[in-house]
Design a protein around this ligand. Structure first.
Ligand code: NAD
Length: 356
């Protein structure tokens, strides 16, 4: 929370976003699902994938870069493989459809590899990981991002050639532990985090951005609004670059939706392709023994003496759970620039109501 920020209850943000999306032509269940998804990202602390994206989504609907009422379609289903074409539907709608197509196969066969092509922005991938974990499945997600210019420089390069290609790994809760949820961009910081920092006039960690001369910087101003000058750096040097590259290939090639190479169209929207591998733990061994081992490993890792006694070791997924609890009670903080972008976008969409 910065000086000038306001806190707005999640329910008010959801109603606002759903109304604007409906005004843009989305049918009510789609508008509600997308609005819920955006605000759930804010609650989880990922403002980069929260309601601040609404102006971009509304712009995409005006420009035909998302088909506001499209439904994804299963285009291939054989054995443990299922493929969906998102037909430019809202990512939240297409992502849930992919999960629902995978779960019965994973139940029956022990695992399912599902691909999704041509989906509008899937947003926070952890949402689909949570869907799998809540149903008792483990799941691995590899996602690429197309339909616009690349954003991330390959390790050793000086300009963008990759997307922020998120990777997510989810495991179901045990009797005593919550779900394990690793959900991350393969860039050192997510694109939206650079935008949020630029909107707030803040710096980002040095080297997480490469400026338009190819030099490392901590200045995110090239990412203000929705413009992009410069490139994001991959996390973990050559290792993050390798993972981003792998996500590009697994999601873009196997789904048939394509990679970010320039032979594929770049209309100025956001498309995601996804490869998700859904696993049924029951097919791999005795569920009780597996849970005991997971719990023991969890306890062991988190018992490491903290480097900073005020910050004990936590598990992937813990920060999001903690913030969700807090923000659900206290409201979602929004900075003045994001608030202005939201109110301007809603006004342009014909919504009288203003936030803040
Ligand atoms: P992040 O760096 O905030 O967190 C990454 C992961 O690290 C999370 O699983 C988190 O629980 C875990 N974590 C954070 N602090 C921790 C700690 N101290 N100890 C243990 N674990 C910890 O996330 P990010 O890389 O900025 O990604 C943000 C979001 O952006 C994700 O939800 C991702 O799916 C989304 N994203 C989406 C797209 C897309 O095209 N749809 C592209 C890029 C990113």
């Amino acid at each position: 929370m910065q000086p000038g920020d306001v806190r707005i209850p999640a329910a008010e943000l959801t109603t606002f976003a759903a109304a604007a999306l409906e005004k843009a032509g989305a049918k009510r269940p789609h508008a509600q699902a997308v609005a819920d998804h955006l605000v759930a990202s804010n609650l989880a602390g990922h403002d980069s994938h929260g309601i601040g994206l609404l102006p971009a989504y509304l712009k995409h609907s005006r420009e035909g870069l998302v088909d506001v009422n499209a439904e994804p379609e299963t285009v291939h289903s054989a054995g443990a493989i299922v493929k969906l074409d998102g037909h430019d539907a809202w990512g939240r709608v297409a992502g849930e459809a992919a999960m629902k197509a995978a779960f019965p196969k994973a139940d029956e066969l022990g695992l399912c590899a599902v691909t999704l092509s041509n989906s509008h922005h899937l947003g926070r991938i952890g949402t689909y990981g949570e869907m799998a974990a809540q149903e008792g499945f483990a799941a691995l997600f590899f996602v690429n991002v197309t339909d616009h210019d690349p954003m991330v420089a390959p390790y050793g390069g000086t300009d963008s050639r990759l997307g922020t290609n998120p990777v997510c790994i989810a495991l179901p809760p045990t009797g005593t532990k919550p779900a394990f949820l690793l959900d991350m961009a393969t860039s050192r910081i997510a694109m939206g985090k650079a935008r949020v920092a630029a909107n707030k006039g803040l710096r980002v960690p040095f080297g997480s951005i490469i400026d338009s001369n190819g030099l490392p910087t901590d200045d995110p101003s090239g990412f203000k609004g929705f413009e992009q000058k410069g490139a994001l750096a991959p996390f973990g040097d050559h290792k993050g670059y390798g993972l981003a590259f792998a996500a590009e290939l697994l999601a873009g090639v196997f789904s048939g939706g394509g990679t970010i190479q320039p032979g594929n169209e770049r209309r100025g929207g956001i498309r995601n392709q996804m490869m998700a591998i859904v696993l049924s733990p029951d097919a791999f061994g005795d569920p009780a023994a597996m849970e005991r081992e997971m719990d023991a490993m969890w306890d062991y890792a988190l018992a490491s003496p903290p480097a900073d006694w005020d910050s004990p070791v936590i598990a992937p997924g813990d920060p999001e759970r903690a913030l969700k609890k807090r923000r659900s009670a206290e409201g979602v903080p929004l900075d003045p620039e994001t608030l202005k972008q939201l109110n301007d976008a809603a006004k342009a969409a014909g919504i009288k109501r203003q936030l803040g």
